[in-house]
Design a protein around this ligand. Structure first.
Ligand code: ADP
Length: 244
């Protein structure tokens, strides 16, 4: 594992609109995350969480400041270069899963690799491996509407990780799930970071779920207002008074 930060935001600001209508969605946000690290982002609605993910995912450019993915600055990178980075390095997980209903779980997961030019057979094998890794091997031939919400979200996570992508960006991935499935999603993301050296940036409004992360970043009005260091894991909640 190299020590190059996988995602680096340097004094990133983002404004929308002009004049009186100008909105400062992010103000001088700096954030560095290394391989194997899971960062949770919390903050009230409108504080800039989605904007942070969008910019980290190269889907929008910052107004000022620099973004580096895998040590490569995005400024000056061609559209083609950014598209390749998105296909090969970055995985996205959304609140509402965004699976294609006409494709099976395995086809959904292997699609990004096929789009990247891998043969259908190799893409399928990698897709099955990713599903297996998340305990969904037996469900690979099922269509999304034959899966539970928790299973659908696991398929979406497999799709975001397939092909050894290194940066996973998740916008409230547990938002549409009950608390047990929400915990399961965070546990999987945490495991992917620790076992495979992936980096995850996960927006959540749930402090209990955020405690799976190595670090929690709090946003308010587009600024980072606070960062916790490594937080005690959820298992610390199991410690009883008599153990202390
Ligand atoms: P959060 O994800 O924390 O709810 P967002 O990043 O979605 O916050 O939004 C931050 C601020 O930027 C909000 O005031 C929002 O209205 C504004 N904003 C976000 N995207 C756009 C856009 N495309 N055009 C105009 N304003 C936007």
């Amino acid at each position: 594992m190299s020590n190059t930060p996988i995602l680096e935001l340097r004094a990133v600001s983002k404004s929308y609109g002009r004049g009186d209508a100008e909105v400062h969605a992010l103000r001088e946000v700096s954030l560095t995350t290394g391989a194997g690290e899971m960062v949770a982002v919390m903050g009230p609605s409108g504080s800039g969480k989605s904007t942070l993910l969008t910019i980290a995912g190269t889907l929008e450019d910052p107004t000022t400041g620099d973004v580096l993915v895998g040590g490569q600055p995005l400024a000056g990178m061609s559209r083609h270069g950014k598209a390749r980075l998105r296909r090969q390095t970055i995985g996205y997980v959304f609140q509402d899963f965004n699976l294609l209903p006409g494709l099976t779980a395995a086809e959904n997961v292997s699609l990004p690799l096929e789009l990247d030019g891998l043969s259908a057979r190799k893409a399928r094998l990698a897709g099955l491996r990713a599903l297996d890794g998340l305990g969904l091997g037996e469900r690979s031939g099922h269509y999304p509407d034959q899966l539970s919400g928790g299973e659908r979200q696991r398929v979406a996570i497999a799709r975001a990780m397939v092909g050894e992508r290194r940066l996973l960006l998740a916008d409230e991935p547990s938002g549409a799930l009950d608390s047990a499935n929400g915990e399961a999603v965070m546990r999987l993301l945490h495991g992917a970071c620790k076992n495979r050296g992936m980096t995850a940036v996960v927006v959540t409004h749930d402090a209990q779920l955020a405690s799976w992360a190595d670090r929690v970043v709090f946003l308010r009005d587009g600024r980072i207002t606070d960062q916790t260091g490594p937080v005690p894991g959820p298992e610390s909640l199991l410690v009883t008074e008599s153990d202390k």
